[in-house]
Design a protein around this ligand. Sequence first.
Ligand code: TXA
Ligand code: MG
Length: 321
Amino acid sequence: PPAGQETLHLADDDVGLARAAELLRAGRLVAFPTETVYGLGGNGRDGAAVAGIYAAKGRPSFNPLILHVPSLDAAQEIGVIEGAALDLAQAFWPGPLTLVVRLRASAGVASLVTAGLDTVALRVPDLALARALLEQVGAPVAAPSANPSGRVSPTRAAHVLDGLSGRIAAVLDGGPTQVGVESTIIGASDGQARLLRPGGLPEEAIVAALGRPLAGPLPVPGDRPVAPGQLSSHYAPAAPVRLGVTMPAPGERLLGFGPVAGAALNLSEAGDLAQAAANLFDHMRRLDAEGTAPIAVSPIPNHGLGRAINDRLRRAAAPRD
Ligand code: TXA
Ligand code: MG
């Protein structure tokens, strides 16, 4: 990431808001307040911007991120919000509730946002400043908490600057956040409502709004067993995956990195880790869609975003039952 850049400290007036929106539209990273915690925002349509979020946080793995939108209508353009999800959106949006729903094919979201999944996490924050920003950006904004990986979530602009100054373009200062913990996440991609993460909206309120208890843990997708401890929110191709390959075996399809010959697809011919991160899930999905012949992956340097790429590749390559 452009470490050493000067991080602007923007006031929550028209000028600050316009500048923050302009930076986000241009693919830069801007931390902004929500009612829960400050988010580290990047344009959800821009794979390189989303890769930059992971780089700025120093996050060693790619988990799917929450997309922030200004309204239910904007959310509907990205995900399929119906049934229990629609009931909850109508009851609690704007608010500290994130809904995981099916991703629309037309959504135009960078594959790194969903970590290659067919589902997407959406939230309409209950802070007028945040919604005004999202309106002005005019694109969904991916935002995990605005702290370096392994540190606590920031509830003030000063906390954001403590951790990320010099690593992001700006922080929009909306004062201390009201809720102070992250949103509650409900999985609702299959018509049921399941608690995926407790958070700022109490489970009791959700159960009262639904008029029935929450469903159990997510069922195993397809017939692919999910190992204990392995989150179901990890994309794995059907094809076997072999890592660190400089010489693919006959019949293997090479997922290249750097200037390698004979690659079926290349994560980054230039050997750029941010570009590779932005392409990772898209390329895995494309190889998956093309067939089940084994996938061989070029060695990826294990520094910076390379650690997160290698984490995901190791999961994709892990033995399956
Ligand atoms: O309050 C919040 O939710 C804050 C503020 C900034 O809005 N955001 C936040 O985002 O906590 P993040 O990206 O750290 O939370 C992402 C969580 C992860 O635990 C991830 O596993 C889950 O959402 N998630 C995202 N997409 C998912 C999906 N498609 N399926 C299952 N879980 C998903
Ligand atoms: Mg966090």
